[in-house]
Design a protein around this ligand. Structure first.
Ligand code: PEP
Ligand code: MN
Length: 365
């Protein structure tokens, strides 16, 4: 497994790694004005889209090398590091030529292993930090695979960006569903990988960006990518989700940063104590589940002898109703208990079917 422990570019001790700037670099004035407004904020990378992957033809597709000139000028004027999206090998060459400090792969690139490989090949032999946005579909293997391709090209500084997943639902709250278990699974697999959240593309609405940014901090994300534009309503792309530099300033001031560990001895002792209690409860839960499955198998043996079906809708209805009510008395939501019992019941039925099919199955008593 590649060693991610030495990554450093995307690490900021105890503070979130912030990427901000417009969706698209629209004009020299817009780039310079935004960069000037962000220069005193704790922003590690200034973003600006140079080539834009648009859903439909005929929309603004970016200013290309002109935009690279403006970003380079902003970097020289304000000392801000700059980042752009690359979707083609020649974008990588131009990024290197113009002194771009980091590049990101967009969601529509990550989804395509051929294209990711072409970009990885163009990166070979260069030192350039790379951010990999999640693919448009919630596939953690595809996301991790893209990260691996970049890493195998010799890029040491690799980070991930969670920008949500495409959904077909006109009434949806989010533009791209956050589907948190996917980035959480990526972090479980690669604890050393910085994962940055992009609340702009997740929400698609500027009035929800701050709330989602806080949620990402509460979940332990390592940073944020936030689209920032001096006049968001007039933006040439993603106008509904960009926020002003003033709104970004306020957002960053109010952001509550949480840490994975606490230096407070009292609190860490309390946490340790509560976790030990939880560990012993979990051990009991698992032991009880094992006993429950044992009973299922005994029931299965009786069903086999009596030649009756493993699945009995009446019994399942009873379980849903009684366990749901019991849960509610214990302040556990019905949805949660029913979902949990669905899994337990599935396993129980699977075991009973095995017994019905097998001629002999040892049954404990
Ligand atoms: C962007 O960052 O402007 C962009 C196009 O992102 P995504 O790949 O997440 O759609
Ligand atoms: Mn955008």
């Amino acid at each position: 497994m590649p060693n991610f422990a030495i990554m450093s570019f995307f690490k900021t001790a105890g503070k979130p790694f912030i990427i901000a700037g417009p969706c698209s670099a629209e004009s020299r004035e817009q780039v310079m004005e935004t960069a000037a407004a962000l220069k005193d904020l704790p922003v590690q990378l200034f973003r600006g889209g140079v080539w834009k992957p648009r859903t439909r033809p005929g929309s603004f597709e970016g200013n290309g090398v002109d935009a690279l000139d403006w970003l380079k000028e902003a970097k020289q004027a304000y000392g801000t590091k700059i980042t752009i999206e690359v979707a083609e090998p020649h974008h990588v060459e131009l990024a290197l030529q113009y002194g771009v400090d980091a590049v990101w792969l967009g969601a529509r690139t990550t989804v395509n292993p051929f294209q990711v490989q072409r970009i990885a090949d163009a990166l070979k032999g260069n030192i350039l930090p790379v951010l990999v946005k999640n693919p448009v579909n919630p596939d953690v293997d595809l996301w991790e695979g893209a990260i691996e391709r970049i890493h195998r090209a010799g890029i040491v500084d690799v980070a991930a960006i969670h920008r949500g997943f495409s959904i077909y639902d006109a009434g949806a709250v989010y533009r791209n569903s956050p589907n948190w278990p996917v980035p959480i699974e990526l972090k479980r697999r690669r604890p050393e990988l910085s994962i940055i959240c992009d609340p702009s593309h997740i929400t698609g609405r500027r009035n929800m960006v701050a709330e989602l940014a806080q949620k990402a901090m509460d979940l332990g994300f390592d940073g944020l990518m936030i689209e920032t534009h001096p006049d968001p309503e007039k933006a040439w792309s993603d106008a509904a989700q960009q926020i002003t530099p003033a709104a970004l300033t306020e957002l960053l001031q109010h952001l509550v940063i949480r840490h994975e560990f606490t230096a407070d001895m009292g609190k860490s002792t309390e946490l340790e104590y509560l976790r030990q209690l939880m560990d012993s409860i979990d051990a009991e839960v698992i032991d009880l589940l094992a006993r429950r499955m044992e009973l299922s198998e005994r029931i299965g043996a009786v069903k086999k002898d009596s030649n009756i079906t493993a699945y009995q809708p009446e019994r399942w209805r009873d379980i849903v109703a009684s366990r749901g009510e019991h849960g509610e008395r214990q302040m556990l939501s019905k949805e949660f208990i029913v979902a949990l019992y669905q899994m337990i019941h599935d396993e129980s039925i699977r075991r009973q079917l095995e017994i019905l099919r097998n001629a002999t199955k040892p049954v404990k008593d």
